[in-house]
Design a protein around this ligand. Structure first.
Ligand code: NAD
Length: 454
């Protein structure tokens, strides 16, 4: 097997670079360096760790354009989105730079002494990320893990390692100690599996498919290692007949076709109340036609290509025999282009159940509120969801009734770094981001100090 991966620009189909495929020995060496770096890091005063993370954030801010251009080339993300992603990384680092001084324990009243708790870092944390949002997802693990006093080894996806590699370089440029945050490129079955099996990696954060997530979780269970899983989704966008239909229809393409639908939070099922079903589709068609698919280097582009030829053919497979209502447009050419598709579906069809991870949305009718909740919950997933209604009581009832970790009402917002993010059911275990994320990278130690004089 070759010792390198070839990188392909998804917008052109052309190879443009190579990255090393780490061997098992190289993974072990990175983990051993992390063990050493973590001892010093966790012993630093909280302010020193906070300052180091702020410097890292500043250096990332200075390189937003550099990181964004890498993501355009490596992942085909539109430049506007890529700039947002790079800035988001800096913001995540800045936010968790506030955590070292806020990781307070408790003082619990006991007889005969003083009882206090400490939030101790795990040690080395292994973070495994997918190809769809390479740098943002990496930062969701890296920033809080470092803030809590851990070292991090990070494995980017084989297809999209460039921004993660660059973040590793920027960390050193910002003055983070050697070995504290190491990016190890390579295969999931070598690098990722080693994070799971290596005894010095004490927590694993995995974002990716449910199938691989289950494997990672089983390995972590055997090693009694905590694991956070951010997995697939089949999120519902529920449109009630009392909604502002124009607004709901205008927002629907962005909610599913952003990042070419390669988004775990993609609202890939639109559930529409039957009384407004035809009207909603009438409004949706021009919104899909207006969705701009094309050259990701252009500021006006809303959607680029899919990540690879193989992934595109898997996505296209979902359209075989499907009842396609209408499609958007896509450029011709050598990139992995695909025109967005709107499919009319029944609840038991594969297109209504499985994660497509591409620019395909299934539209299904429902009759009343109870049916909407039932339909929304009728998949193995439970990551995100949206609901559109002008009825406040209904908004509260449905938001509480849908079994998903992240919901929005009259909006599709899913990710803010200062609010918690994660899935229920087969969409995951644990939460990332939000005010408590740094604490999730610690384990509680309870210490009793006897104060009796005798
Ligand atoms: P994937 O599961 O194929 O790979 C994810 C990562 O795991 C990659 O880095 C891969 O190399 C690694 N890996 C593969 N086999 C491994 C093994 N045996 N042990 C350890 N690591 C291994 O997923 P993908 O195709 O890269 O990403 C798409 C999936 O990710 C979709 O299902 C999507 O919904 C999900 N995702 C979820 C979230 C979320 O936050 N819930 C976010 C983004 C993507």
């Amino acid at each position: 097997m070759s010792s390198v991966f070839t990188l392909i620009n998804p917008a052109t189909g052309q190879a443009f670079g190579e990255v090393p495929r780490a061997s098992l020995d190289e993974v072990d060496a990175a983990i051993e360096r992390a063990v050493v770096a973590q001892r010093t890091w966790s012993g630093l005063p909280p302010l020193a760790r906070a300052d180091a993370l702020r410097s890292f954030a500043r250096v990332v801010e200075e390189h937003v354009e550099d990181l964004a251009q890498l993501e355009v080339r490596n992942s085909g993300h539109p430049i506007g989105s890529a700039r947002w992603e790079a800035s988001h990384v800096a913001q995540v680092l800045n936010f968790y730079a506030g955590a070292p001084e806020r990781l307070s324990g408790q003082q619990i009243p006991v007889a005969g002494g003083l009882n206090v708790t400490f939030h101790e870092p795990y040690g080395v944390v292994g973070i495994i990320v997918p190809w769809n949002f390479p740098m943002t997802i990496a930062s969701w693990g890296v920033a809080p893990a470092l803030a809590a006093g851990n070292a991090v080894v990070l494995k980017p996806a084989e297809l999209t390692p460039l921004t993660a590699i660059r973040l590793g370089e920027l960390a050193l440029e910002a003055g983070l100690p050697e070995g504290l945050f190491t990016v190890v490129t390579g295969q999931g079955s070598v690098v990722g599996e080693r994070f799971v099996s290596h005894p010095a990696v004490r927590k694993v954060v995995f974002t990716g498919s449910t199938e691989v997530g289950v494997e990672v979780a089983s390995g972590c269970a055997r090693a009694l290692k905590p694991v956070t899983l951010e997995l697939g989704g089949k999120s519902a966008n529920i449109v009630f007949d009392d909604a502002d239909l124009e607004k709901a229809a205008a927002a629907a393409p962005g909610a599913v076709f952003d990042n070419a639908g390669q988004d775990c939070c993609a609202r890939s099922r639109i559930l529409v109340q039957r009384s407004v079903y035809d009207r909603f589709l009438e409004l949706l068609e021009p919104a899909v036609a207006a969705w701009r698919v094309g050259d990701p280097t252009l500021e006006t582009t809303e959607m680029g290509p899919l990540i690879s030829a193989a992934h595109r053919s898997s996505v296209e497979g979902f359209l075989d025999g499907a009842d396609i209502a209408f499609r958007g447009s896509a450029p011709a050419g050598d990139g992995f282009w695909m025109a967005p598709a709107v499919v009319l579906a029944r609840p038991d069809e594969r297109i209504a159940q499985d994660e497509v991870f591409g620019p395909v949305v299934a539209v299904l009718p429902f009759d009343d509120e109870e049916a909407a909740i039932r339909l929304a919950n009728d998949t193995v997933y439970g990551l995100a969801g949206s609901l559109w209604t002008e009825n406040l009581g209904r908004a509260v009832r449905v938001a509480r009734g849908v079994k998903s970790g992240v919901l929005s009402v009259n909006s599709h917002a899913s990710v803010r770094y200062w609010t918690p993010f994660g899935g229920m059911k087969s969409s995951g275990l644990g939460r990332e981001l939000g005010p408590d994320a740094a604490e999730h990278f610690t384990e509680t130690k309870n210490v009793f100090f006897a104060t009796d004089a005798s």
